[in-house]
Design a protein around this ligand. Structure first.
Ligand SMILES: NC(=O)c1ccc[n+]([C@@H]2O[C@H](COP(=O)([O-])OP(=O)(O)OC[C@H]3O[C@@H](n4cnc5c(N)ncnc54)[C@H](O)[C@@H]3O)[C@@H](O)[C@H]2O)c1
Length: 371
């Protein structure tokens, strides 16, 4: 690729596409050449916000854009709602284009496997948009867990979420309808809490899942009255709360919960219990990688029960910039995806497994075929 600019397109020009674009326009080695959105005129207006008037964007969908061989695309950002992640990614890979795919990877495990198959066949890369990975706080959690200071880790309590924070309004319901979002709080923010720990642990595999989901708040018009959009309740078709007991390989248990709406301040801190020490990570929103308060390790020293506090590093790392830049560097150098599908498929298997177990109201076995 030498010194030429990378030719990049955007599929889906809604909310998160803005955050991708704010990065791309910073980089001298990137040229934004195309964009597509299902809503006529939306992509054009999007590019105009960035002062770009000559980007090709009069396509009716991702297919029409990816079929345009004159674009000679190196990469696309896929910023569609969840249900369109798999079809857009697979189509891009079949056209020989590298993909930066927003999280969650998809909705169903089978879709994730389709993505991996297409990735393998294409020889291109797919990196999933988990920006918290690039924050020094998350890297500190990983360093502590990987150091072995906790001994054998046998139990993790994690998750998080919001007392009220349903991402829907009178003008935007793509997160909460089954045909677009497909999965609620589980896929939106649950994926981050899982990644914080699973990435630190080297992504062990799940064996069984007992999952639970509910949506008492989001289907109640009263929840939206203060925002003046009670009609949104009728459109809500996914989960606003999820919980699960996940049996992992190597005799590890993950006790997990996540919420967009609950009647408590927080579903709690993350606890990592090991035979030599226990780690407490203060409840975090996770999506931005920040942890509000010191980490604490509970351990025994000279026969005394003691606590070591580890402050969170002060940082001005721009995680979103790192997420996009690391993807572009991998495309340019022919390197590995910075957040690879081989790891995130495990995250997805857990999310999809919780959804499935909740629907069946019974424990399920998790099998992730090798791709
Ligand atoms: N990493 C993060 O911090 C972060 C933050 C917000 C959202 N997200 C993720 O980004 C994704 C999109 O969220 P959003 O808030 O931007 O949603 P959105 O509804 O605002 O935008 C999605 C856009 O994709 C378009 N679209 C859907 N299918 C398409 C197709 N086949 N071809 C062309 N355009 C298509 C829609 O018309 C819509 O304009 C979600 O999966 C969400 O989980 C990630």
């Amino acid at each position: 690729m030498e010194n030429r600019k990378l030719r990049v397109g955007i599929i889906g020009t809604g909310g998160i596409a803005h955050s991708h674009m704010r990065q791309y326009v910073k980089f001298d080695d990137v040229e934004i050449v195309a964009g597509a959105d299902l809503v006529p005129g939306k992509a054009k207006a999007f590019f105009e916000e960035f002062g770009l008037t000559d980007v090709k964007c009069d396509y009716k969908d991702h297919k029409e854009m990816l079929d345009d061989e004159s674009l000679k695309l190196d990469a696309v950002s896929i910023c569609t709602y969840n249900r369109q992640h798999m079809p857009c990614t697979v189509y891009a890979l079949k056209k020989g284009v590298n993909v930066l795919l927003e999280k969650p990877m998809c909705v169903e495990l089978e879709e994730g496997l389709e993505i991996m198959k297409a990735e393998k066949e294409s020889g291109k890369i797919v990196s999933i948009g988990f920006q918290p990975r690039f924050d020094p706080s998350m890297q500190l959690v990983k360093k502590i867990i990987q150091s072995g200071v906790l001994g054998k880790i046998y139990y993790i309590q994690t998750g998080g979420g919001r007392r009220r924070g349903i991402p829907a309004s009178s003008i935007k319901t793509t997160f909460i309808e089954d045909a677009t979002g497909g999965i609620g709080a589980l896929g939106d923010i649950g994926c981050y809490s899982l990644d914080m720990l699973l990435n630190a642990l080297g992504y062990p595999k799940p064996l069984t899942i007992t999952g639970y989901t509910s949506n008492y708040f989001s289907t109640n018009p009263k929840t939206y009255e203060s925002r003046g959009c009670p009609e949104v309740a009728k459109k809500f078709e996914v989960d606003d709360f999820g919980a699960a007991f996940i049996r992992m390989e190597d005799d590890l248990i993950i006790d997990f919960r996540i919420s967009w709406a609950i009647n408590i301040d927080t579903p709690g801190d993350t606890l990592v219990l090991g035979t030599e020490g226990g780690l407490r990570i203060p409840s975090t929103d996770c999506w931005n990688g920040r942890i509000n308060g010191s980490l604490k390790i509970y351990h025994e020293l000279a026969g005394e029960q003691t606590v070591t506090e580890i402050p969170i590093p002060q940082s001005n790392v721009d995680c979103v910039e790192q997420k996009v830049r690391s993807f572009l560097d991998a495309v340019r150098d022919g390197g590995e995806a910075p957040v690879p599908t081989s790891q995130i498929i495990i995250n997805q298997a857990i999310l999809s497994g919780i959804k499935k177990s909740a629907e069946l109201k019974e424990e399920i076995k998790v099998e992730i075929p090798e791709i």
